[in-house]
Design a protein around this ligand. Sequence first.
Ligand code: DGY
Length: 348
Amino acid sequence: EVWNPNGKYRVISTKPMPGTRWIRLLTDQNCRVEICTQKKTILSVEEILTLIGDKCDGVIGQLTEDWGEVLFSALSKAGGKAFSNMAVGYNNVDVNAATKYGVAVGNTPGVLTETTAELAASLSLAASRRIVEADEFMRAGLYDGWLPHLFVGNLLKGQTVGVIGAGRIGSAYARMMIEGFKMNLIYFDLYQATRLEKFVTAYGQFLKSNGEQPVTWKRASSMEEVLREADVISLHPILDKTTYHLINKDSLAIMKKEAILVNCSRGPVVDEVALVEHLKENPMFRVGLDVFEDEPFMKPGLRDMKNAVVVPHIASASKWTREGMATLAALNVLGKIKGYPIWSNPNQ
Ligand code: DGY
């Protein structure tokens, strides 16, 4: 699909993206926009090379693509100056290779914070109240009357929410769980989450002044402390060498037997094989997963686990957010083409 065919700058989007604002932004600034409409979900490096061709000023790409040496050297040869991932995560992008070939890299933080946190909260609730299991039960026509034991789950109020990685998304999630469900907080992050701490303190004082049990917070000195103490644990680190398999057999073993683990970050942060074993051995342990180690696949056994809620990497999938991500990605590329610093550069 081509917009403004006579535009001076050739910008490619490897996928159709929501909304039209991002297209207008580019075409208004003399860009010819080419959108790849190939049905295949994940494009190979070879397919993207073909899209880049001989002249290309900038590319908007997706987290499913492997942006390394090969693509950045081709983009640079084609005259390209900018690449933006339509994602906040950029573990699929070799930023050093991009820098080597003089291509600026952008990502799309901010607009997906609340939407992603809302999905982490949804998964926490779905797991604690066994919503998917109960839904399947209803649809299978198995409900034959109210019972005291039917789908009994956990009450979140008064329990402890554990956040690993208290950046933008982790902090937004924590606030939702604290304010929404009056949970106490324990978090682990290399940086102090000052604003989050202030929020919990103020909210705790507010509850107290109303004669209610105040919520509390604690900054853990290790991730293990969070795993040991929290009832619901949500993972929000970036994926790199240091966070690969952060959650593994050993770390699962120190979690409470009835804990809930939520992952809306990146699949490889969790050793999924170890997780499946743990789910099998601990039927009261539950997970809510938005991401998987080898997307789009799940490790054998996971799909059969009743104590797992699984969704297909949709944490940022609200209309407002996805349009915002597309717009930011377009701004990143456009800015660089026009000679301004890239709007959001993960390297800065
Ligand atoms: C991201 O932005 O990194 C998410 O995984 C997709 O929105």
